[in-house]
Write a protein that binds this ligand. Sequence first.
Ligand code: NCD
Ligand code: ZN
Ligand code: ZN
Ligand code: ZN
Length: 422
Amino acid sequence: MEVVVEGNCYVSGRFERCCIGIENGRIAKIAKMLEGDRVFSFGNRIVLPGAIDSHVHFRDPGMTQKEDWGTGSLAAACGGVTCALDMPNTRPSTTTLTSLRDKRRIASSKSLVDFGLFAGLKPGIDVRALAKEAVGFKLYMGSTTGDLLVPQPSPIRAEISEIAATRKVLAVHAEDETMRNKESERDLEGHLRNRPNECEVSAIRKIRDAAKDCRLHICHVSAKSSLPLLANAGTVTSEVTPHHLLLDVSSRLGTLAKVNPPLRRREDRQGLFQALKNGSFDIIASDHAPHTIDEKHEDFDYAPSGMPGTETLVPLLLQHVKEKHMDFSGMVRRLCENPGDLFGLRKGRIQVGYDADLMVVDMDSTVRIRVDKLHSKCGWSAYEGMLGIFPRAVLVRGNVIVESGEQVGERVGRDAVVSASA
Ligand code: NCD
Ligand code: ZN
Ligand code: ZN
Ligand code: ZN
């Protein structure tokens, strides 16, 4: 074998001391003992599949004062994310083959981790061309960062049926713009009043009716009242974020915690938490949406919505597992296996034929999250002071990219969608 990783590996739903043999970046063999040109022995440390953060905004091109592919992917990598799926609300927005390829060129030159690129859904896009190179499509039904708002499904009926025919995922920001209040906002309560729970429920209903044949994926579910709609929803999948599970409108963080959909009541948060425990939500993703601290210091009404989170996604959840709110299988399913399966990537499992994307974890190494140790360009975090477990080492396709919380090796990231079909 070219590379061998030895440790307490999570294989087929349980841990076993074994060796992972890697050839050409792919897992070629799993056995008790293997010989390799390079051997990484992690002793009793646990080895998990690298996480796939299926919802990030790396802001590049166009908003690189907030983040870029270099800093965003470094933050992801240091948090155990080995593949990041980037949203199309950049500048320009990713709605043409040209803008998609431009973004791929930028990402390929700067990214530490593998990636996939979403195409934005708006009237007139070339669905068939974009479907060949995008990881999925993204629809914004409510206003948020960027210029991709499509408040009603009527002008995109043709595009929706074309997307259905491609079998690509249609990911949806589900807030009904027509039900949003537009009062001036002074605090998180005001932001919540303007975007009530019914906004989300209504948007989910509308898109379900308008896109019956699509593989719909509802992003960042935030309201307890949305859960019944997702329970018997056939092929509709859903995502929840750490911020909607861990924070609510009582947060004292002000504009830093202004996010879309908004942080809601404690009962919503607890409802999501309980639903997760009971097996709901296919995916947990960060919705990493950095803005500069200066932008966030504007008056509440003008401050942009969104918070960073890709680097803290895995650490918060590992701590969660340690505190027995979730087991490893529930975590690996939502962070690795399901996103890999849903988006058709050969990633997210320690299994022969899969990319050798791995993270090595010591469950005894809980730390307090400190902004000065994080790597996003934005330089702040809503999770400062909370407990987390950061991976000791991270590998992308057999290359060690992070050791002891810092970058090592080269920036090997590539587009997981296009390289897979090439
Ligand atoms: C995101 C952003 O800033 O790009 N903001 C947010 O509040 N979540 C956009 C989005 O996902 O809605
Ligand atoms: Zn969104
Ligand atoms: Zn987002
Ligand atoms: Zn550092």
